[in-house]
Design a binder for this molecule. Structure first.
Ligand code: SF4
Ligand code: SF4
Length: 234
């Protein structure tokens, strides 16, 4: 079997004699038996840590979960600086969690005393909490590829995770933080959905953030500017 790996500006082809293997097993085989200089990231080997995300034939996958096919082209994730071969630096996109204020705030004491969170309500945030920060959605996002300041899919999904939590205090701060270079820059193209190994749909979470923003008095600046220059901001 032959596979091709993008390394810097060149594609290197490797012939391997193992079948029915995951991409991570093949990369490990190449590194241990053929070329020890090949660089890639991996961790848990079981789809939990998200560190082995890369692209195969133009689509984002976890290397530990993908079965290699003849003549596959393996490339690093897009929209992140390449450290070496298939290793990218995700620090910039991770930092968007801070920009979006996507974290647990102090729990509302009054709510804690009076609010009974049912198991069903607690489950509302389970899906978004499953994000493993693999970075596949940033790699697939066409807006992030042309606008590197766009807050981007996983940080916005994480923002919705906290905004939609009935126990959360100060959701207005998170909503305020995702207005600029955030929810209204998303074109709702949906490219972030099929690449997510955790079945999260950042696009849908962004729609929910837009709805919540409207309830809190925010307006899409593109829509506001279509009103002949009147300032409709609140
Ligand atoms: S739906 Fe929005 S966040 Fe998702 S890929 Fe498209 S532009 Fe990016
Ligand atoms: S939302 Fe999905 S694709 Fe994006 S970083 Fe989290 S797990 Fe990966």
């Amino acid at each position: 079997m032959k596979i091709n790996i993008q390394r810097a500006s060149e594609i290197t082809s490797f012939s391997i004699d193992i079948e029915n293997a995951t991409l991570l097993e093949v990369l490990t085989y190449i590194k241990t038996k053929i070329d020890s200089s090949l660089a890639f990231s991996s961790g848990c080997r079981s789809g939990v840590c998200g560190s082995c995300a890369m692209r195969v034939n133009g689509k984002e996958v976890l290397a530990c979960a993908y079965k290699v096919q003849e003549d596959d082209l393996i490339e690093p994730l897009r929209n992140a600086p390449i450290v070496r071969d298939l290793v990218v630096d995700m620090q910039k996109s991770y930092a968007f969690n801070k920009v979006a204020k996507a974290w647990q705030t102090t729990l509302n004491e009054e709510k804690i005393q009076t609010l009974h969170v049912s198991p069903q309500q607690a489950q509302i945030n389970e899906l978004q909490s499953d994000c493993i920060l693999c970075g596949s959605c940033y790699s697939a996002c066409p807006v992030y590829s042309v606008n590197p300041e766009f807050i981007g899919p996983f940080a916005l999904t994480r923002a919705w995770r906290y905004v939609s939590d009935a126990r959360q205090n100060d959701v207005e701060k998170t909503i305020g933080a995702v207005q600029e270079k955030g929810i209204y820059d998303c074109t709702l193209c949906g490219e972030c959905i099929p690449v997510c190994p955790q079945n999260i749909a950042p696009k849908q979470d962004i729609v929910m953030l837009k709805n919540k923003s409207g309830v809190l008095g925010y307006m899409d600046p593109n829509f506001a500017s279509s009103f002949g220059g009147f300032d409709l901001s609140f």
